[in-house]
Design a protein around this ligand. Structure first.
Ligand code: 4AD
Ligand code: MG
Length: 431
């Protein structure tokens, strides 16, 4: 018997085929039995008619429960009522394993229950669509970078020092070497990579012991860090914009069905494929002040501020040139104002918040050392990083995309925890 994937059913109309699947739903009315099959590639309704199938096989099929695994043989036909859909006329059923009562049903479940059953929750259409969208976004990012001459350069996860705030480090004992930390971002290592390869990127899990319980924070998430030699601040933002717009176009092109299941407003996504405005941090503060927000020129933005900064904008907005005291040590000082750094955050519209953090890097050895001393950083741990400014330093810039934040925006899901197979948050590590 020929096994086919549900997505390919259209090519087998009128021919007997077999499908290896799970039962998404089953119902019967009199002599008819309807089994909705799903096999990972899609869903298909199959139908058994008792007089055609015979009593014995009909009874076997009827005993299937929701989420049972099964091999169903039948003849695909055009769906009698829905255009562009297909239906399988069952000729045989081979139950593989009859599932026990499935804990996830159509009724509303609370988030805690669903998270505790994440291993099963992943099978529902919305989660299926999210994981497929994640796959498409991941590869679209890699494709764009590959087409723009970035070389994949995998950074380590076990590191001797921090890249971002030391308050969010996960610490562990590392044999006789003392403490080691889980990487918060591969950026510093990529800065070494570009001095060999020109343009590099990494893509993998990073870790932050974030005390935040917001809908935008995970303790383990995936980051794509990109870094390029000879690229300065403005050009770096051009690259970020090109990349995000490419990802949006790819999702619109390849994930129509997924976005439909997610009930995503695709007009809003189409509108996001247009130039991204750039606003300085100071202009952003002025804008917030004009809207009545009580905020200073030294402030970072909260979630409500980010919503206001993108209000009415169909596209993400860059906020650039930040006060140096609220940004990381490696950012290059703004030549026009030593109190500022050439950093940028890209804020997604519709309340999804910061999706990219990036900057031009300080390439002057002495200025970088000074900044690190001012911040009382342990210089010996970063000697290798300072070395990069001693042996052929060049202007360079890079940025990091939070994959789950980007998926949340493109899919429109409220909480980032649904955008990763097994979310890690301060209050949850099971399953
Ligand atoms: O802005 P961040 O902290 O920047 C960096 O780590 C730089 N070293 C990246 C670079 O320049 N190569 O983090 C980058 C992005 C944020 O914009 C956000 O999208 C995401 O990572 N992010 C988180 N996503 C989920 N949960 C968290 N706790 C996150 N923290 C940051
Ligand atoms: Mg940031």
């Amino acid at each position: 018997m020929k096994y086919i994937a549900i997505k390919d059913v259209e090519s087998y109309l009128g021919q007997e085929v077999s499908i290896r699947a799970w039962v998404r739903n089953i119902r019967h009315s009199g002599k008819l039995l309807f089994i909705i099959l799903r096999d990972g590639s899609g869903e298909l309704q199959s139908v058994a008619f008792r007089p055609d199938l015979g009593d014995e096989k009909f009874e076997v099929a009827r005993r299937l429960s929701m989420e049972s695994s099964v091999i169903v043989t039948g003849i695909p036909k055009a769906h009698p009522k829905m255009e562009g859909e297909y239906e399988l006329s069952i000729t045989d059923v081979l139950p593989w394993q009859i599932a026990e009562d499935y804990p996830i049903s159509k009724k509303e479940h609370g988030p805690d229950f669903l998270l505790s059953n994440r291993h099963l929750w992943l099978r529902v259409p919305k989660q299926w669509a999210l994981m497929r969208l994640r796959h498409t976004i991941y590869f679209a990012i890699c494709e764009y970078l590959n087409d723009n001459d970035y070389i994949r350069f995998d950074s380590p996860i076990l590191t001797p020092s921090s890249c971002e705030e030391t308050t969010t480090l996960f610490e562990l004992d590392y044999f006789d070497e003392g403490k080691a930390y889980l990487s918060q971002s591969g950026q510093l290592y990529l800065e070494a990579g570009i001095m060999s390869l020109g343009r590099v990127y990494d893509f993998g899990p990073v870790f932050r012991a974030e005390k935040s319980k917001t809908r935008k924070h995970l303790t383990e998430f995936w980051m794509m860090d990109a870094e390029a030699a000879w690229v300065e601040h403005e050009e770096s933002m051009d690259i970020q914009e090109g990349l995000i717009r490419y990802v949006i176009r790819t999702c619109l092109e390849k994930c129509g069905k997924e976005l439909d299941i997610l009930e995503r407003d695709t007009e809003a996504l189409k509108a996001a494929d247009a130039p991204f405005p750039r606003m300085t941090h100071r202009e952003a503060i002025d804008l917030l002040k004009s809207k009545g927000v009580d905020i200073t020129y030294q402030s970072d933005f909260g979630a409500a501020d980010e919503v206001m900064l993108t209000e009415g904008s169909p596209v993400p907005v860059f906020i650039e040139r930040w006060p140096k005291d609220i940004k990381a040590f490696y950012m290059k000082r703004d030549p026009e104002n030593p109190d500022l750094v050439l950093g940028s955050d890209l804020i997604a519209p519709e309340g999804f918040g910061e999706i990219i953090g990036g900057s031009q890097r300080e390439d002057d050895h002495d200025l970088l050392l000074q900044r690190m001393q001012d911040e009382k950083m342990p210089i010996e741990d970063y000697q290798w990083f300072l070395d990069l400014r001693k042996y052929g330093s060049v202007p360079h810039s890079g940025f990091g995309i939070g994959l789950e934040r980007l998926i949340a925006w493109i899919s429109g899901v409220h909480h980032i925890r649904e955008t990763i197979p097994f979310p890690r948050m301060i209050y949850r590590i099971y399953p």
